[in-house]
Structure formats: C-alpha cells, structure tokens
Design a protein. Sequence first.
Length: 244
Amino acid sequence: MIDECRFKYFGETTLVLQLKEKIDLDQLKWLYGLERFVLNRYPDLIRETMVTYHEISITIRPQSGSLKAFKEKLNQVVQESVFTFPGNEISKYTIPICYDEEYALDKVRLEEKLGLNWNIIKQIHSHNEYRVYMLGFIPGFVYLGGMDSRLSCKRLDKPRTKVLGGSIGIADQQTGIYAIDSPGGWNIIGQTPVVLNNFNPHTFPVFHPLDIIHWKEIDKTQFLELKSQASKGINILKLTSNGI
C-alpha cells in the first residue's frame, strides 16, 4: 500500500503514476516492485516502463486497448496490493575508486564547502553502503543513494563541458558514476577504472536498480594498473554477492 499517488496521461499510450516527490529507498522498492508486477501481469499490453525517484511511466502498445481502462485496473491494483522487489535479483559489487588529485577534480571545492579535510571526506565516502536508485540521464549513468549527509554538496554553478567516463560525482544527497564522457555539473570526487560504457545489449546495463555498491579505495599506481587491464577486456569489477 502507498499513502499518496496520482495518475497523469501523456499522450494516448502513456500513463504516469506519481508518488510523493522525495528520494526514499522504501518508495523506490515499491515502484520497482510495481514495475515488475505490471510487466508480469500484462506482458502483451505493456510496451515500455521507466521508474524515477517518485514515479513510474507505463507505455502500452498501440491498438492494445484503452489507456483509461488500463488506468482503472492499475488504480485498483495499487489500492489493494503491496509490492516488493525480489532480493534474489539484487547483486552486491565492490568498485575500486581512486581519490588522487588528478581524478578528484573538485577536491579543493569539496574541502571548502564541507569544512572537512580530504582524508575525512575519502573515509566517509568510501565506507558507506550504496544502492543503485536509478539509471539515466545519459546512457549508463548510475545514481547511488545512501551517501552520508555530511558530504551533501550542491552542484557546480557552471557545469563542465566534459567529464570523463568513470568519474565519480557528488550532487546534493547523492553520489553517482559517469559511464561515458559527457557534460556534467556534479562535484568530481574520484574515478574508477571499471569500464561501464560497453553497451553490448547482452551485458548492459552493468548495474541494475537496487543493486548494492561498496567502494574500495585504491592509489594512483593501482588505478593505472587496473585501467590497463580493463582496456584489454579483463573484467576488474568484483561481484561479491548475486542475490540477497
């Protein structure tokens, strides 16, 4: 059950269910559970789904039926059911991260804004457990929830025109991973040598919603060695558990 929700129509084939506008793990579990439910219940009706922090959009196949009729079905289901996301589909990963100044482009800014020295910032950032909350705004970008509030820092006033793939950023209450080179306004705290831009349809995305992430701090020498291995196609990403 959910306390508050509303429906909106987008065109003739897309229905959006909106919850409270907040970032909350339980709410995300509910949304991803609902997504799994409708995909299993209406496989011939649903063309596409997308989950964000507080909403799910569901697009039905053209000519498959009335969007209004589907909305009535979904509304009844939402009012009567509890949705959970299966733990056996959640994996745990350990990701190497280098906080060296060469890769931590906003080291000085973060120290000034947070009022903490770099060793404390690294320790706080690397010791928390994170969850994959969402994937977007560019291919492969990983939004991670679970960051310590002491590291909360606003985005850059002027975004960079290019952030290297593998860069790890901080924005407000979240940390995230750039999978590809792109513009970006997050505070860059470090970089991982893990390759996330292999868009093979059989292996992408690397991470999935609600997966669990731990960081492992490495130095620059280790970073360069792992990056060299990754460039040769060697998998350096450590899967610590498949299903919880």
